[in-house]
Every structure is written in C-alpha cells, then in structure tokens.
Ligand binder design. Structure first.
Ligand code: CO
Length: 490
C-alpha cells in the first residue's frame, strides 16, 4: 500500500449545503470562511455547479458568475464544479456550442476542475464537456456514477474509467451520490481502477446510510488519491462525512493527512452560525443517519421528496407499492443509475405505474429515456416498453448521441437577451439557455424586497416533475414575487 497521504477536497460551499440546507447558503455567508478554508490546503474547494446556479438565481437573487468571481478573488486553492455533461446544470441536453460556451466562460472566471457526469454513464454525453475543459487548459474530471443493478459490477465501472481516461480526462471520480456503495465494493473498484488507469482517482460519497466514512477508509486502503469531505454542520447525514471526523478515523493510518484542527474548529463555529441562519431549510430527516436508503437503493433526497410528492398525490398509503415498482421501471429502462435527473424520472414513472397501471401512462421524460433521447442506457430498454412509448408519443427511437440532433443555439440566445435589453455576453447566454424564467425573475426582483419564505415541506430543488395528469405544480411571478401553486383537474 502506498504511504502517500490521502488528499481531502472540501464540499461545504456546494454539496454540503445542497445536501443539508436546500442549497440556500449565500455568497455573503461564505465570504468570512474563505481565508480559513483556503489556508487549510484542501486538494480543491467545490464552489459551484450542481444546484447552486439554479438556487442562487431563483432564491438568493445572485447572478451565478458573481459568486464565482467573489470566491475566486479571495482564494488561491483550486476550484471544482459539478457539471451534468451535456445537460450542463439543467435536466435536458443542450447543443454543443452552448456546452462549449459555458465551459470556456466558466474557465475564464477561474474554475480549475470540471467534474463531469452523465446520469446514464454514457461517455458520449460527456465528450464535448471533456474536450472543452481541456481546450480551456483546465482539468476534466470524468465521473463514474455508482449504482447497483444486475448489469453493473466492479468490472463495468473499471471499464468506464478506462473509457474516460481514453477520452482525455485528467482524473476520475467514483461518485456515489446516494451513499450506497458497500465499503468492500468501493475497495474493489478503486483497486481495479488504480491497477488499470494512470490518472488520479477521487472518491465521493454521502453519509446518508451511515457507511460513507467507512467507504472512504476502504477507498484509502485501496489507494484512492483523494476524498471529498465537508464541515459540520453541513456534513454527515445526507452530506459528506465531516473533515475532522474523517481525520479522527484515520489517526495512526500511514496515509493520514495533516490539516489544521484549530482552523477546522474555527470553520465549524462559523458554519454553525450559518446553519442556524438557514434553519428554515434544514431538517432532522437530512441530519440523521438512516440505513433505510440501503433497503430501497435510492438517494436519500429522493426518499424525502418522494414522501412529499406521494402525499400531494393522495398516495401516502402506496409508498411500499411505489418503491417496489422502482426496480421494475429501472429494469425496463435499461437499469439506469439513480442520480439527477434520472432519480426523479424513475420515481415519477413508478408512481404513474402504480396509479394508472403499468405503462398505461408515460411521463415525457420516461418516454425520452425509453426512446434513446437521453443517451445509451446501461442495458437495452425492454422492447415492449419501447414500442408502447413510441406508439403513445409518436416519436421514433434513436441510437445516435442525442446532442447530434441539436442545432447550435448561441445566436438565438443572444438575440433573445438583446430583445429584453439584458446583457448579451456569453455568461448571460448560457444562463438564458438553462434558466430563462429564473433570469427574468432575477432581473425583475433583484431590487425588490425579499420574497416570502417557502414552507419547509415545499420541494427545494426542481425535484418534482410533471406527472402528466393529476394536480400540476406551477411557479408564478406576481410583482416580482414567486409563488408555488397547484392546479388540479377540477
Ligand atoms: Co454528492
């Protein structure tokens, strides 16, 4: 076993508050911690991407690139962002010119590492982003999304790692978004990757089910180069294991790194205050460690969102039925991993199957997965399910890379911005591409007084997908304020 110290990356500024406080930490709440965070010497700071761009615009009246600039100006550590490949930070595929513009402009704002994943683990959906990051002189980190299914095994994950190295990635991340990978399997995958690729490997997990820190320990024994940790109270539970806790776990280990415990204590004190300020968005359900997620093999956030959505549909008593339907839907749709956005798509389709009968009613997103519009599924889609989806939607199945069907979009975006008298630079174009309504709300409301706070049970990120029938959920804007409304068929 190599004795080089394992490197810790820090996620408190992105995954930490996305997992535990609905992505509501403001730039202002981050700024006082930056000097301490920067001086500790983490491998990198995860500062952007995931839901932070959406949430910043929608709830915090922050233009996303302004946060990046503000943090960049006060830190010399490497910055890392989470990117959903061809989806950028949205839920649909974008044309290559928009993906390129997003990455180039983000690199110009000082992003160092682009952590690039695809919900189907289809490398074709990651290639444009990988090339763009490299062309900008930055690191493309290819992601292997961990999931358990009859077609996923240690060998298939290692093979994907090799493919991503061949595509030009400078590092790899084994991303266990739900905290479900058994420590022994993490060991085997990391060991296999270390034996078959030359680039550094990061292990990312969550403490949701209580095995995250042990998984890191196993990964470190297998030779992983770095792990992601956060700062309590934006750590543990549905977040990453806490940094100080992970250090304690590695005491006397030959690969234990040295980080300043006094500085970590000072950070903990700062973030404890911030956590209290965000108490409208934190919850006991996210803080506690619960092996329930292992039973259902779904991300922890999906469980809590799902309980809310079933309640809204008057289907609380169908919880077990719907969860039994999840593997049925996954199998039919080619055993896709459960990560944004596929976790929501599979969940909604399971709900529809229980409510209306199996495959009587398809969500538009499940239709697109069945017909190849999200990319290549890990196993073939069930032919009968694909036939029904094609008949119901009138769409033909495809086998090409989905973005090959997209025309370039930057010119139209610039024209749309100009028509509204908004700035037309690339920063605004890429935000307009992904969040046109939110950008409008941002411009209309940034000088208006704060909007009313949502209730604790309201879906926080865009996790509720239109069910096709039954009550529909809309966001409306009145005088610059945003309201959530539910419209039912009556
Ligand atoms: Co995560």
């Amino acid at each position: 076993m190599s004795a080089n110290p394992v490197i810790f990356n820090n996620t408190v500024l992105r995954d930490g508050h996305q997992s535990l406080a609905a992505t509501r930490m403001t730039t202002e709440q981050m700024l006082p911690a930056l000097e301490l965070l920067d001086n500790i010497g983490f491998g990198c700071l995860e500062t952007w991407g995931g839901a932070t761009i959406d949430a910043g615009l929608r709830f915090l009246k922050e233009f996303p690139f302004d946060r990046l600039d503000a943090i960049r100006a006060k830190t010399k550590s490497k910055h890392m962002m989470l990117l959903r490949g061809q989806n950028i930070v949205q839920y649909a595929h974008f044309p290559d010119d928009i993906v390129n513009a997003f990455i180039t402009t983000t690199a110009n704002h000082g992003m160092d590492i682009f952590r690039i994943f695809d919900a189907l683990n289809d490398p074709r959906n990651m290639g444009t982003a990988i090339k763009a990051a490299k062309a900008a002189g930055k690191e493309a980190q290819g992601v292997i999304c961990y999931t358990s299914s009859p077609v996923h095994n240690t060998e298939s994950f290692i093979k994907l790692g090799q493919d991503l190295e061949d595509l030009g990635c400078g590092s790899l991340c084994l991303k266990d978004m739900a905290g479900l990978v058994p420590p022994r399997q993490a060991y085997d995958i990391i060991k296999g990757l270390k034996d078959s690729v030359k680039i550094p490997i990061v292990l990312h997990t969550h403490e949701t089910a209580g095995i995250g820190a042990t998984t890191y320990y196993a990964g470190i024994e297998a030779g992983v180069d770095s792990i992601d940790t956060s700062i309590i109270p934006f750590a543990n539970g549905t977040g990453q294991p806490d940094t100080a806790r992970m250090l304690a776990l590695l005491e006397n280990h030959p690969r234990a790194p040295k980080y300043d415990l006094d500085a970590l204590q000072a950070l903990r004190e700062h973030f404890t205050k911030v956590y209290e300020e965000l108490s409208d968005y934190t919850s006991f359900a996210n803080e506690r460690v619960d092996a329930d997620a292992l039973k259902y093999q779904v991300p922890g956030g999906m469980l809590s969102n799902f309980r809310n959505q079933l309640k809204e549909q008057g289907m609380e008593d169908k919880f077990e039925d719907v969860f039994k339907e999840i593997p049925v839907v996954r199998k039919a749709l080619g055993w896709i991993p459960l990560v944004t956005p596929t976790s929501q798509i599979v969940g909604v389709q399971a709900m529809l199957n229980v409510k209306f009968g199996r495959w009587k009613n398809f969500s538009p997103q499940a239709t697109d997965i069945a017909l190849g519009y999200y990319g290549r599924t890990p196993a073939p889609v069930d032919t009968e399910v694909q036939r029904i989806a094609a008949t119901k939607s009138g769409k033909d199945p495809i086998t090409c890379r989905p973005a090959d069907l997209k025309d370039p979009g930057m010119d139209a975006l610039r024209a749309a911005l100009a028509a509204k008298d908004y700035p037309t630079n690339d920063e605004h174009c890429v935000i307009q591409a992904m969040f046109p309504q939110e950008l409008e709300v941002y411009y209309k409301s940034k000088d208006a007084p704060a909007a009313p706070k949502p209730t604790k049970t309201a879906p926080t990120d865009r996790e509720s997908i239109d069910l096709g029938s039954g009550p529909r959920h809309y966001g409306i804007n009145l005088d610059g304020k945003r309201y959530a409304v539910t419209v039912d068929e009556s």
